[in-house]
Write a new protein. Structure first.
Length: 261
């Protein structure tokens, strides 16, 4: 049965999820640990910590990350081996297969925020196949008070289905694993990897992707027209652009190498 005591304001059907098995909404950390143990996702260490295994992928998979090509952002992304493009049609086909895979399966839903500052935090929703993955995001991001769930509307949705494996020849991926960000629909789709850090990195990437252009632009909520904003430029403090960021990181890396020499 669904655990709806702390159900979010936006139904899962809004994300294309139908005919699911048991749905657990924003459940407590202790319950997530119990669920992970009952489902055989991990074991308890002698100190009481939950221990899980990520299988063959014990870290991030940078070669398996993609960004869906869309007209608004395609000219502002530094495409290459890190930011690999995926065409809209191919992404939609893969997404529909993931949604179909989740039908009848038990899922765990987390509603929260990325970022502590109330003026700049990003409302998110994470939908997990694994209980321990939901526990991970519960500890990583800022949770919503239960009384405020009725007012929480996620601006980005992450769907994680580690048990679903892509077929590279059909799906256009580099392996069975994939981490795909759709900036237009504001969806992150993850599959084929049990490494929970992909969820954290994907959300953090979304948080900083809007600062590809240097400087800042004036915007006052309720006064200025948001449709006039220039994509990829900060509306708060001035930021350095992508090229300058790369230069700064290269200088820092060189300094670190010199100190270690």
């Amino acid at each position: 049965m669904d655990v709806k005591a702390y159900e979010g304001n936006v139904p899962l059907e809004a994300h294309g999820l139908f005919n699911l098995g048991p749905v657990h909404w924003n459940i407590h950390v202790a319950v997530l640990v119990e669920k992970a143990l009952a489902r055989g996702e991990g074991v308890l260490a002698t100190n009481g910590a939950l221990v899980t295994y990520t299988g063959s992928r014990t870290g991030r998979s940078p070669k398996d990350k993609f960004i869906v090509v869309d007209p608004a952002s395609k000219d502002n992304i530094h495409w290459g081996s890190v930011n690999q493009p995926m065409e809209r049609e191919r992404f939609e086909m893969l997404k529909q297969r993931v949604l179909a895979y989740l039908q009848g399966r038990e899922v765990f839903v987390y509603d929260g925020f990325a970022g502590a500052d109330h003026d700049h935090q990003l409302p998110i929703r994470v939908i997990n196949e694994y209980a321990w993955h939901n526990l991970f995001v519960h500890q990583m991001f800022r949770w919503v008070k239960h009384d405020d769930l009725l007012y929480h509307r996620p601006e980005f949705v992450l769907i994680s289905a580690p048990g679903f494996h892509a077929v590279p020849e059909r799906d256009g991926t580099t392996s069975e694993a994939f981490i795909i960000v759709d900036l237009e629909q504001k969806i992150i789709l993850i599959g084929g990897t049990k490494y929970a850090g992909e969820m954290k990195k994907s959300i953090f990437g979304v948080m900083i992707e809007s600062h590809f252009k240097g400087g800042a632009q004036k915007f006052t909520p309720g006064k200025d027209d948001p449709s006039k904003l220039e994509y990829g430029q900060s509306i708060t403090d001035p930021c350095i652009d992508w090229d300058d960021s790369v230069k700064v990181l290269e200088i820092l890396a060189k300094g670190i190498r010199n100190r270690r020499a």
